[in-house]
Each structure stands twice: as C-alpha cells, then as structure tokens.
Ligand binder design. Structure first.
Ligand code: F0G
Length: 461
C-alpha cells in the first residue's frame, strides 16, 4: 500500500459475475409468508443480499479454480491430499491432518472418540453444532466466556476471551478424567465474532496442561483472529499473520476446522492433532463414516481449493480489507444510532434487537422480527441468534429465553463490494426508524431439536 493513501480497497478485481435478483415489496411479502416467516426456508434466488452466513459462500480466486483443475481424484494417496496436508501443517504444525467434509464432521469424530456421558467440555462459547455434537455424546457443553462478552455495547479489544479463573475452577472441581478436552473458538462466533487474545490462548493452554487436559482450538476463523491480534495486541504489530497464526496453534494440542470459513473454500474441513493414538482412533471413525484418510469425504479438487485458500487467507491486504469492510458498516450504523454488538467482529456485525425493539418481549422473538423486517424491506437475509436459536424449551412447554437477542449480518468472503455494504447500511437504518411498527412472532410449529432451521412462525398483531 502507498503510504499516503488511506482508502482500503477490495484487493481483487472481478472476473466472473453472478447476477442477483431484485424483487418487489409485495413479492417479498408473499415469499416470506409462504416460508412461515423462516428465512432458512426462502429460496436463495429470492434474496438480494445474502448475509445468512459466511460459511461456504465465499468467492474463490482464479488460483483456486486453476488448482481445482489439477485435482487428483485417486482414492488413496492422491497428490492433492499431500498438498492439502502441507498447507494445513505449515500453519498449524500438527502432526496428523485428517480431512473431513466440513467442520461438524471433525467435531463429531473428535467428541465421539473422547466424550462419555457425564463428561464436561469447556469452551469460550460453543457454536451450535459444536454444542450439539458434545451433547449428543451425553456430555455437557460448558460455556465460559469472559465478563465483557455479556455487554453488547462495551468496546473492548478481546471480548472473545475465555474466563481463565472459571476454567481453573472447573478443572479443580470436575475429576480430571471427566474433562476430555478444552476448546477455544477463534474468533468466538456465537459471542459476536469477537477475537481471543494471544495472552488468553497462552493462559488457557497453561491451565489445561497444568491439569493434564488436552487443549484444542475451534479454528474456523483463525486468520481473522490472527489479524485482530496484529492490530490490537501489544508486541504483534510487526509479526506476519502467518507467524501469529503459527504461534496461536503452537499452544494447542489439536484443532477442528471448517474450511468453509478461513479455508476460503465452498466445502471441507479437517481435524488436526499431535496424539498418535487418538489420531488412529479418529481415522478409524473417519473410514467408517467419511472416507479414506487421504480424502475424508472430499473430492481431490476440494482439497486443492482448500490448500490454495489456506495460503490466500493469510494475505494481509485481504485481511485488512476483510476486517475493514465490517468495521465500515459499523461506523455507518453507529452514526445512525443503530444498536449493535461492539466492536464489530471479523466476519459479521451483530445487531442488538433487544436494545432496538424494547417493546417486543423475548417470548415474542424480537430478533426474528428484525430479521424478517430486513428481508421484507430490503431483500436482505440475515440470521437470528437469539431465543429462536438458543432459547431452551422445558418439558412443560415453557421457554427460557437466550441471554442476547441478536441478528447476525455475516459477510461471505470476497463476494460483496462497498456499494452493497452501503445499501445494507441504508436498509438497516430505514428499518431502525420503522421499529415502533414492528411486532413479534409466535412459533406455530417446531421440531424437537435445532428448531431455527425449520420452525414456522405467525406474526402477532
Ligand atoms: N465452529 C464454528 C465456530 C462455526 O462457526 C461453525 C459453522 C462450525 C464450527 C461448524 O462448521 O458448518 O463446516 O460444519 N458456522 C456456520 C455459521 C455454519 O453460519 O456460523 P461447518
């Protein structure tokens, strides 16, 4: 970058375009009603700007597409696997790299091999699939976020940190053999996409190792976390994103990874670890359910895309633009007085629906109301991260609301430009002005688990 120019630009130009479809307000009213007011049930072609997730939705580079043409589709020992393994090892340093079709497959294989009923797995905050994979083994998924994580409006550099005192207390009280692993999610997705500091990673690692407990990273967004450390943590400004990522992984015994995020690929993931015995057991499970250990449910061309993506994601002009584009939206919404979780995260901005819609009680799902309004008014798809996703339904039908009522605007990597972001800011600001007209919802049908994906809603009048 030239030292005199301060504008941070998209560090790419566009070679292939994908048209997006405009709909009218009336069309969207019909579409959202037919979907039972559940944005997961809206066809993607009826969405103008899709901020449902940053997972698997990114644009690949010309180098990734070129790599895919070289995919080696051999069942065993494919050249593409060794390229993928070398790319993952260069960053993580782990001895065993086990490919999986996505992150949750790595979670299932890990927890299936280390968890038993009654065991406890601490994490800064479990992502929903991580929690579900711990709980389906009969174990307890224990969230230990730092105190700052509970205050959406508070500006602090590392709100993704784990509460180290609470971890120490847990490891002192739960018998050693009942804590099979401690996880740290970087960045903390369910906690607002907030980063974890190197000091916190180091401290968590020390506490785990003092108690003889293995320490794993949920590394989905490791590169975004590394760049936040570079920007915010004293002593890291002159280190490269790669060096910072390598240091992060050096304190851990293994990781689970969804390559759909910071692998810059549309599908894929891996489980990586040092322990030979556990790796062998995990590979046995992999063969049973995913595939042979040199492809793990992926095509050779997927392994190529991930190998190149893992290298590109650490380019600092990319990471600078990536974090800046979310912060830019934050600045616009802040100027308009829209409440959101601060500071902005690495992959997403989380609107604070409880603060915006105080007239809608948690039992009427304010974050769902806001997410539906963003679609209705502007064709924007977001995701509710509130009581629909995390509320607990008791046996008597009563509900315990979630701690926060958030709407996540997650940005696919390298997909939208600054004018798309300007449009999003305009729509959110417009909806925030309409807020007194917004009403809550009731759930008219829900499945027993993970209800946010398929529940049906009715608007309350
Ligand atoms: N861990 C974290 C922190 C995640 O954010 C995700 C996925 C996973 C694990 C599971 O990975 O989807 O490849 O199986 N998060 C996506 C999201 C789905 O929208 O935040 P996966």
């Amino acid at each position: 970058m030239h030292p005199h120019f301060r504008t941070i630009i998209e560090p790419f130009r566009i070679k292939t375009v994908e048209p997006i479809q405009f709909t009218t307000w009336e069309q969207r009213a019909d579409i959202i009603e037919a979907a039972g007011y559940n944005l997961f049930l809206v066809r993607a072609e009826n969405v103008l700007i899709d901020l449902l997730t940053d997972s698997g939705t990114g644009a690949m580079s010309s180098f990734q597409w070129a790599g895919m043409m070289q995919g080696d589709e051999s069942y065993a020992g494919a050249r593409s696997f060794y390229k993928f393994e070398a790319a993952a090892q260069r960053i993580t340093g782990f001895k065993h790299i086990i490919p999986t079709h996505q992150g949750r497959a790595a979670e299932r294989i890990l927890f299936g091999n280390v968890c038993k009923p009654g065991y406890v797995v601490p994490n800064n905050t479990h992502f929903d699939t991580t929690r579900a994979n711990v709980e389906c083994q009969g174990a307890q998924a224990l969230d230990l976020p730092c105190a700052e994580a509970h205050q959406p409006a508070l500006i602090a550099p590392f709100k993704g940190n784990m509460d180290v005192d609470a971890l120490t207390h847990t490891l002192q009280t739960v018998p050693r053999d009942q804590v099979p692993v401690v996880m740290l999610t970087v960045t903390n997705n369910s906690g607002g996409g907030q980063p974890v500091s190197m000091a916190n990673i180091r401290a968590v690692s020390q506490v785990c190792h003092a108690h003889g407990v293995p320490f794993f990273l949920d590394a989905c967004r490791f590169a975004e976390n590394a760049f936040f450390i570079k920007q915010r943590e004293p002593g890291y400004a002159d280190k490269t994103a790669l060096e910072i990522a390598q240091e992060m992984f050096s304190y851990a015994d293994g990781c689970t990874m969804s390559a759909k995020k910071d692998g810059m690929a549309n599908i894929g993931g891996f489980l990586a670890l040092h322990d030979d015995d556990l790796a062998q057991r995990c590979k046995n499970t992999l063969i049973l359910t995913e595939g042979f250990p040199t492809y793990g449910g992926l095509a050779g061309y997927d392994l190529e895309a991930i190998a190149v993506g893992l290298e590109e994601v650490l380019h600092e002009d990319y990471l600078r633009y990536r974090l800046r584009s979310i912060a830019y939206l934050g600045e616009k919404l802040d100027a308009a007085g829209v409440p959101f979780m601060k500071p902005t995260g690495g992959h997403a901005l989380y609107l604070d629906a409880a603060a915006m819609l105080p007239h809608i009680p948690a039992s009427h799902y304010p974050a769902q109301a806001l997410a539906v309004a963003l679609y209705q008014e502007g064709g924007i798809r977001s995701v509710e991260i509130g009581s629909v996703m995390f509320g607990r339904v008791h046996a008597d039908g009563s509900e315990e609301p979630a701690a926060l009522e958030l709407v996540r605007l997650a940005f696919p990597r390298r997909v939208y430009t600054q004018s798309h972001v300007d449009y999003v800011a305009e729509v959110v600001t417009y909806v925030a002005r309409l807020k007194d007209n917004l009403r809550g919802y009731r759930i008219s049908w829900q499945p027993p688990q993970l209800r946010h994906f398929s529940a049906q809603f009715e608007p309350l009048r």
